[in-house]
Design a binder for this molecule. Structure first.
Ligand SMILES: NC(=O)c1ccc[n+]([C@@H]2O[C@H](COP(=O)([O-])OP(=O)(O)OC[C@H]3O[C@@H](n4cnc5c(N)ncnc54)[C@H](OP(=O)(O)O)[C@@H]3O)[C@@H](O)[C@H]2O)c1
Length: 332
């Protein structure tokens, strides 16, 4: 079968379309023929290197944490799945940068990691939303859940995670302010949960947020990191929450803990989706919650572009340059 391998860390040029053997599924494993693969920002970080693991990386690496597809064959001892069934997975055990392998035509995955896909959720929708949606879920269920009367600020609100989170907060009754990098993204964000948008590359987001929420916001949800996180302290109301879940602009730099007290006894969260819903049953339940929200029209999953898997380098360039809105899906 064909897969994308990297033999060294680097730019998009290190992504190579190669022939690789795939053994029969082992005991407890299911072979899946991928039909849609989710592209996540973490794929770019793993490709570039030095972000999660600084030494001892073993190559080649097949990137990718999530995909949807069809069951091709079953390893010994697998019950509960049948050949031809539609399934998806998001993470396959371990930390998300340790156990990648979705950038491939097929993959053997432990049966316990699989999620069943209902008929009304397409493969592309699943690949576009599971990892990003579970990230939004861990934030609203475990970090800070806004309600009516709360105003929240979401950085990069037109992004994959940001746009799902904005819609979720909106569905919970919160007033949602979103920062975005362009006028087109502002329009997209307003159609996906945001009541207000701020062009944070041209306007000062602290001043603009304070105009909209003079007493401060209940929470900031930040997937941008280096460029936004510490300044976000200045827009949170006393005892409010700061949630940093990502680092699209680079990692948050160390800061003195006392800052949390000086800025109003803020509560700090740094969630990771992999710690949430990480058993077979809880994962299926968490994904079913997302599917229900899609069905009810509370979450619109927007796929801004699909790319053939072999052209993934182009997709990485677009995401890395911040040119995308919503999700990008790779088609094997
Ligand atoms: N904690 C977790 O479990 C978890 C799970 C999923 C994702 N994440 C992390 O969350 C972050 C966002 O993920 P996502 O899927 O929403 O990403 P995405 O859809 O690719 O969006 C990233 C957005 O960040 C903004 N951005 C700001 N500075 C940037 C820079 N220097 N380079 C590129 N983009 C920049 C851009 O939007 P604007 O043009 O509007 O500025 C860009 O479109 C990533 O760091 C990702 O690794 C964490």
């Amino acid at each position: 079968m064909k897969a994308i391998h990297i033999f060294a860390n680097g730019g998009p040029e290190v992504l190579e379309w190669v022939d690789v053997p795939l053994p029969a599924p082992g005991p407890g494993e299911v072979r899946i023929r991928h039909t849609a693969i989710g592209l996540n920002f973490s794929d770019i970080n793993v490709r570039s290197g030095g972000f999660y693991v600084t030494e001892g990386t073993k190559f080649p690496i097949t990137l990718g944490n999530e995909a949807a597809g069809v069951v091709e064959s079953l390893g010994a001892g697998v019950s509960g799945f049948r050949v031809g069934e539609r399934v998806a997975y998001v993470g396959t055990g371990g930390l998300f940068f340790e156990n990648t392998g979705a950038y491939a035509e097929q993959r053997n995955v432990a049966a316990g990691c699989l999620v069943r896909l209902p008929d009304d959720i397409s493969d592309q929708q699943a690949a576009a939303m599971l990892l990003k949606g579970l990230t939004a879920a861990v934030i609203v269920h475990r970090c800070f859940r806004p309600g009516p009367g709360d105003t929240v600020l979401i950085h990069a609100a037109a992004s994959g995670v940001g746009s799902l989170l904005a819609q979720w907060c909106h569905a919970l009754g919160a007033t949602v302010i979103g920062t975005v990098g362009s006028a087109a993204k502002a329009e997209f964000a307003r159609a996906h949960g945001c009541d207000h948008t701020i062009l944070y590359r041209q306007d000062d987001f602290v001043a603009e947020t304070r105009k909209l929420a003079p007493d401060g916001v209940a929470a900031v949800y930040d997937g941008v990191g280096k460029d936004t996180f510490v300044r976000s302290f200045d827009v949170v109301r006393p005892f409010g929450a700061l949630v940093n879940y990502g680092n699209a602009s680079g990692p948050v730099q160390p800061f003195p803990l006392i800052l949390l007290a000086q800025k109003g006894c803020l509560v700090l969260h740094r969630p990771g989706f992999g710690w949430y819903a990480n058993t077979t049953e809880s994962r299926q339940q968490a994904c079913d919650e997302l599917f229900d929200m899609v069905r009810r029209g509370q979450l619109q999953v927007e796929i801004c572009a699909t790319y053939p898997l072999k052209d993934v380098a182009q997709a990485h360039r677009a995401v890395e340059a911040g040119r995308t809105t919503g999700s990008v899906v790779l088609i094997p």
